[in-house]
Ligand binder design. Sequence first.
Ligand code: SAM
Length: 303
Amino acid sequence: MLVDRYGRPVDRLRISVTQRCNLKCFYCHKEGIRETGGPELSPEELSKIVEVAASLDIRKVKLTGGEPLVREDIVEIVFLLSQHGLQDLGVTTNGILLSQLASSLADAGLMRVNVNLPSLKPSNYRRIAGVDRLHDVLSGVNAARDAGLTPIKLNYVVLKGLNDNEFFSMLNYARKVDAILQVIELEPMGSGRSVYGDYHADLKPYEEWLHQHSSKITTRSFHLRKQYLVDGVWVELVKPIHNPLFCLHCTRLRLTSSGKLKTCLMSNDPEIDLKPLLDKSEWRELLREAFLKAVALRKPFYQ
Ligand code: SAM
């Protein structure tokens, strides 16, 4: 396994398969990707990259966007990636297209989904996402569950004064659909940068409440994220801001939709362009070297 100079193993790759999206969430961090547009990697190109990643023990892959399910070839992408002996293959989606795609994605080899659910109130959802599609998202969650794309994680980014009073309804909903609730701190990246001052909420009150009311507390090795079991529901806290422990336990590389390896959501480290390597006859060796170079560049954002 690759280990960076801070002693952090690298075992996961978060891939933006597109920058296109069918929503306009006003806080979206856009996965820290600054480039706009550019040709998207093809399923075959993504497959080559994941084959080499898996050979380096990077075997946990999450597909993201933009919105990954707007790619017409998303099922083919999942199928090709699933051929590389991955330990985890998931998608992070806004859920709008999930009811149509869940069973094909599961058949193609997808293991699980994270669904972005910033609100359960239609009016809040519209304010946040720009469209009236909450109903589609909830149908998507049901379809994902029926297709066995579990455990489902619900991504609840907390926005001060907007959805920060929805924690208990989120908890009840997570219990109803048998999902894990991820309570996520707003990050000042992409569109999140300009709204951070107005909407960033400290997650401390949730943490304290969870601490008091959980029957079990565990800590994931990834980001040292705490998980709390409350009345049969697992709640995971994602608290990256000014959190050196989060960064010290980050084991992830990122890939942009046009093929650039990125070392961190927040950092401005030079990106490593894999695209020119993919057509070369020695692509396996070249990609391998590129992964080693990216790992060598990694440094914790908060230290
Ligand atoms: N379109 C997909 C979706 O909605 O999940 C994938 C892309 S979206 C950037 C991935 C996840 O990032 C979302 O589910 C949301 O939970 C999280 N996210 C977006 N903007 C964020 C921000 N400013 N801070 C923290 N998390 C954010």
